[in-house]
Write a protein that binds this ligand. Sequence first.
Ligand code: TYC
Length: 102
Amino acid sequence: DHEDEGDAQLATKTRPKTQRPPLYKVLLLNDDYTPMEFVVHVLERFFGITHQQAVDIMLTVHRKGLAVVGVFSHEIAETKVTQVMDYAQRNQHPLQCTMEKE
Ligand code: TYC
């Protein structure tokens, strides 16, 4: 019972837990119509990654159905999703982007 827990248990029970804000994955979804070059352009434009990283992520989405583009705070993730969705709609592509708590 509680008498034999020792110092280790006591330490873990009393150590204040550091609170970290939750992180959110931004996911890109595949579809049959959005051109590959447009997806690469979107990734470079809104996620500040290299051309090669953008190509790799686009191809992962194309082959597997979806991929994580990045992990961000709630506010940043929401901004990325809105930017991608608005830009895709403005260019009349059905590209879908969403976010999910890590
Ligand atoms: N599957 C699309 C095509 O063959 C390319 C594509 C990749 C679309 C990634 C969306 O998130 C996407 N043109």
